[in-house]
Design a protein around this ligand. Sequence first.
Ligand code: GN1
Ligand code: MG
Length: 358
Amino acid sequence: MPIEKAAYAFQMNGMPIACRHIGNGHINSTFKIDTDAGAEYVLQKINKYVFKDPVSLMRNAGAITDFIRQKVNDPRLALHFITTQDGKFYHEDEDGEFWRMYDFVGGFCLDTPECEEDFYQSALAFGRFQQQLSDFPAETLTETIPEFHNTVDRFRQFKEAVKADPEGRLDGVREEVAFLLAREERGTCLQRMRENGELPLRVTHNDTKLNNVLLDRKTRKSLCVLDLDTVMPGLSVHDFGDSIRFGAATAAEDEKDVSKMSMDLHLFEVYTRGFLESATALTEQEIKMLPMGAFVMTLEVATRFLKDYLEGDHYFKVDYPEHNLVRARTQIALVADMEKKMADMERIVAEVAAEVRK
Ligand code: GN1
Ligand code: MG
């Protein structure tokens, strides 16, 4: 079996006795491996369609985790990758698939916060992550997905998919397409601010969903962040925004009843507090643009889901044919709700910043 075979490539303590699928990621496949010596590991197959250069990706992830490990006193606060029998951070199998392994430290991840403290903990974790990497040599990182949050480029790709309509699905989604295209100007404003130097480039995580945070099983405090595949130079407001998009939403990303989808302003405030407490280096301009970060990230992922639907679902894992369309629709509903709440979000950010930065 390829999964167990891949596991044997790594220097585990003991022999694998159990293997099960875990996690809800849309991109990589994740398994938990138990050994007869009582050791527990996470084994992941890296999606080669999405990540064209898995070797550089693992070099990034290894360097980042080594860097963070030197700054923390508890080993569980940084991921620890297990090396292969020949000393590498990754294993390439006979089929050309890439695998990696790290210690399973007994934490857990959530798709929705069970209480507001969970969400606050995730804000602390992502803010801390950015802070810990503030003196990391960004130029040594490979851009694992070039132009990942370049919304100008995302809109260009979206329009190409609309034009090509390779699966003949456009007729069923014209309303959604029109909604997104009508917001291109606003949706690309942060990218322009990055280009003209109004927002600084930082080492950011770029995929800051709640389920990418590991929480301690006993204390429920955040331990570290997972999914380091997209750590690259980027914008702090995007990291903030993607967390809001996913974690302050009142419905799941693939909820079929879009009337259930809105943004919870209280959770927005909770996250803002945690993020500003731990990401202390943010500039005034970055703080001011945090609400826009939430709007832009939600709009961006809506274009990505709809593009993938139009192109026949090659990027995001889907469970049924309309899955990406359902996801795009929830994100559109969320964008519409955020538009109504923009002034409230701005007020909350200003109030929390004034308190935290006193
Ligand atoms: C993907 O891998 P996962 O499920 O944490 C995607 C993110 C999207 C997200 C939408 C590398 O994240 O960019 O925002 O799905 N990751 C990549 O849920 O494309
Ligand atoms: Mg993930």
